[in-house]
Design a protein around this ligand. Structure first.
Ligand SMILES: *Cc1c(COP(=O)(O)O)cnc(C)c1O
Length: 415
């Protein structure tokens, strides 16, 4: 008798992406399944690797990340939120400082800086690319500004040339949040290789995941890079030279590299690093597939003026980590919510809306960060939505979502 196939219940996930059942096209909680090679890699580390953290797999993964992105230094860490926190530490931001951060991003882009005591100043998005607007950054710089966080949201590179020029003029640090933009490039140059620091995520919902959690910090200068191992692992370091008795102090020395800064543990385990290296091998081919699918939707929607996409500047590789569209139904008195109601109820397509302007959330309001001057974002948010997206939807699914979207808009026009 054939063994009954085990049904794994899909849980609703706290990210709000909501891989709920009952939809023809649900919003998946992760981008792609693991390959057999990736699974085998993890099993091999479990069976054969003596050292389970901070070993050869970590060093290899870091070397691979460096080679892939063209960065000067790469460090594996437990998630991108902590990579951003380390970047905040290395920027030396704290109370009295201001950090300019786009209000349109995932919350941890801002939390990691806000929790140092620095003040977050919300930047608006560019009307065409939907990522942080360099002109708006410059208008918000004050004598207290210390750093800029450039988020390559949705997989679209921020205008790094303009942002780096502003930073040079005003002597500011630049942190790139590349959580959604692994493999995104500007004229062939990878995002993450422009700023002083860059942070990546290998969370389960990202293009590549190191078993659910994971991240990386890229660092430009040698001086900063020398500080990271201690900051990442509780200030633990080896000894220079012989000790009189090897057990004094115990196993290793513990110290801080930056006065007044407590180090902590942000390490990533060996199995995660090993699978990360394997995933980097297929990453470019994977993003190529995602981009191809995304371009198909753009092309097939090009006869529908109510729907628009972010404009991809010449020479930019936008990796389309999320598939966000803007809907303009003002000519017939309809809005994004009307469209999503129709897609959900009549076409069983579960779209979501991401991301809420951060100054509207209770968390940031409770910390007094409810003030913002971001008119482009306010208009954009009211009319944008994300299509279900992963690597990579087949042609039948793409055609179904395109047909449904057009049908839903026609119905709204005629109702
Ligand atoms: C996912 C994400 C993060 C946080 O990544 P974690 O690895 O989950 O901590 C930060 N910034 C952006 C833009 C993200 O999308």
């Amino acid at each position: 008798m054939e063994k009954e196939k085990k049904v794994i219940k899909k849980m609703d996930d706290p990210s709000g992406r909501g891989s709920l059942s009952g939809y023809k096209v649900p919003f998946p909680a992760r981008q792609r399944p693991y390959s057999e090679e990736e699974i085998q890699t993890v099993v091999d580390v479990m069976r054969n690797t003596e050292c389970q953290t901070q070993g050869d797999h970590m060093r290899k993964f870091e070397a691979d990340l460096k080679a892939y992105t063209g960065a000067n230094h790469a460090f594996a860490v437990d998630n991108c939120t902590n990579a951003l926190g380390l970047a905040a530490t290395l920027c030396r931001v704290g109370p009295g400082d201001e950090v300019i951060i786009p209000a349109y991003t995932f919350c941890s882009s801002a939390i990691s800086f806000a929790r140092t005591g620095a003040k977050v100043v919300w930047a608006d998005i560019n009307k065409e690319t939907w990522v942080i607007d360099p002109k708006d950054i410059e208008s918000k710089i004050t004598a207290n500004t210390k750093a800029i966080v450039a988020v390559h949201l949705l997989g679209m590179p921020a205008d790094m040339e303009a942002i780096m020029a502003i930073a040079r003029r005003h002597n500011l640090k630049v942190v790139e949040d590349c959580a959604q933009a692994l493999d995104a490039r500007i004229n062939g140059r990878h995002v993450g290789s422009f700023g002083d620091y860059a942070c990546f995520s290998f969370h389960g919902a990202k293009t590549m995941t190191t078993l659910g959690e994971g991240g990386a910090l890229l660092v430009k200068s040698d001086e900063d890079a020398a500080l990271v191992p201690g900051l990442r692992f509780c200030g633990i370091r080896g000894f220079e030279g012989e000790r009189e008795r090897y057990w004094v102090p115990a196993m290793s020395n513990v110290d801080t590299d930056i006065d007044g800064v407590w180090p902590y543990n942000y390490c990533m385990g060996e199995a995660q690093c090993a699978v990360g290296s394997v995933m980097l091998d297929t990453l470019t081919a994977n993003t190529d597939k995602i981009i191809e699918a995304g371009l198909k939707i753009r092309e097939r929607m090009s006869d529908t003026p109510e729907i628009s996409f972010n404009v991809i500047p010449e020479g930019y590789r936008h990796v389309m980590h999320q598939f966000v569209m803007h809907f303009d139904g003002s000519a017939f008195g309809k809005n994004r919510n009307d469209l999503m109601d129709s897609l959900t109820e009549e076409f069983k397509i579960r779209c979501i809306v991401q991301y809420y302007p951060l100054y509207r959330y209770p968390l940031f309001q409770k910390f007094g960060l409810d003030e913002a001057n971001c008119p482009v974002l306010d208009e954009f948010w009211e009319n944008s939505f994300s299509f279900p997206w992963w690597c990579a939807p087949d042609d039948e699914t793409i055609q179904y979502v395109v047909d449904s979207l057009k049908a839903a808009i026609n119905k709204l026009k005629n109702s």
